[in-house]
Design a protein around this ligand. Structure first.
Ligand code: SF4
Length: 299
């Protein structure tokens, strides 16, 4: 660590990489390499790290991602059981089924955890990178659900209306996502030169913009369906000097628990100095509504 840490009220989001693979090969995935060799994975150490992060920031958000968190529900349950209800809890998944895990098991999992699960974010891209279970499965889950769709490189813009019509019968909110590996501080809020913003604006009503230093969300209404276009930077630390105390801080947005339980302060291999984080300086949440009459900030 080079600078003391700062983060928003409640603490940085803790993203836990589940120690199970997804079986897919999305071209924009930067995590896939981690899952080629699973011998370094350590569920016990992941659980220890979850306990530590709960102790330091008992109200932070937790996100389970992968790989595929729902590839092994019993082991995921062990991790979820360590997280008290003071936290918001999200799961990023493709909603996989396989022998021994069908829709009934997925519903039972969401029923069991419905008081804890803030939202399950299901990847459904326009280009079919992932093995997909039926759309109707998403509507059967006993917790809030959102669909995430990465619009990667030359996405088929003419198919956007058809894609949104697909989710209308279920009323499931959709989040289009810019390829985060291509996001920079310069283009984060730029929408005038952004083809996705232009394409979505043609088919849906723009309702407003919210965001922070790290990410933003352009909100739309498509025939009553909640639609967001989300952009985020590819790193999770911003270095900034505080005008009040003159100190330079590493401002942390996401803390990452890797598959071996190691706690990192960014998406790369930067280790979190856990003792320094225990003394983190908190600042007010910098999420702002910039345009429109939005009632909830983007996640
Ligand atoms: S499903 Fe997720 S983890 Fe798997 S390859 Fe695609 S982006 Fe990567």
């Amino acid at each position: 660590m080079t600078n003391p840490y700062k983060t928003r009220e409640g603490g940085a989001t803790v993203t836990v990489f589940a120690p199970y693979d997804c079986g897919n090969h999305c071209p924009f995935c930067i995590n896939k390499g981690d899952y080629e060799d699973t011998s370094w994975f350590d569920q016990d150490k992941i659980e220890e790290s979850i306990r530590i992060m709960d102790e330091i920031t008992p109200k932070c958000d937790f996100v389970f991602t992968g790989g595929e968190p729902l590839a092994n529900i019993p082991m995921l349950q062990r991790m979820i059981d360590l997280i008290p209800n003071t936290h918001r809890l999200f799961i990023n998944t493709t909603l996989p089924t396989f022998e021994g895990q069908g829709l009934d098991e997925l519903i039972a999992f969401t029923e069991h955890n419905k008081d804890k699960l803030t939202c399950i974010n299901v990847s459904r891209h326009m280009q079919h990178y992932v093995t997909e279970t039926p759309d109707s499965y998403l509507a059967e889950l006993a917790c809030p659900v959102r669909v995430n769709c990465v619009l990667y490189k030359k996405y088929p813009a003419d198919q956007l209306p058809g894609y949104l019509e697909r989710w209308l019968p279920y009323g499931i909110p959709v989040q289009f996502r810019f390829d985060y590996t291509a996001t920079t501080p310069e283009n984060l809020y730029d929408h005038e030169n952004d083809p996705i913003f232009t394409d979505v604006s043609k088919i849906a009503d723009y309702t407003g913009l919210d965001g922070c230093r790290m990410r933003c969300g352009f909100h739309f209404n498509y025939k009553g369906l909640e639609l967001t276009y989300h952009k985020t930077l590819p790193y999770s630390t911003i270095v900034e000097t505080d005008p009040e105390d003159g100190n330079t801080y590493d401002i942390l947005y996401d803390i990452v628990v890797r598959q071996n339980g190691e706690i990192r302060s960014d998406w790369d291999d930067t280790k979190l100095d856990v003792d320094a984080y225990r003394k983190v300086k908190f600042e007010p949440n910098d999420m702002r509504i910039y345009e429109g009459d939005l009632v909830h900030p983007v996640k």
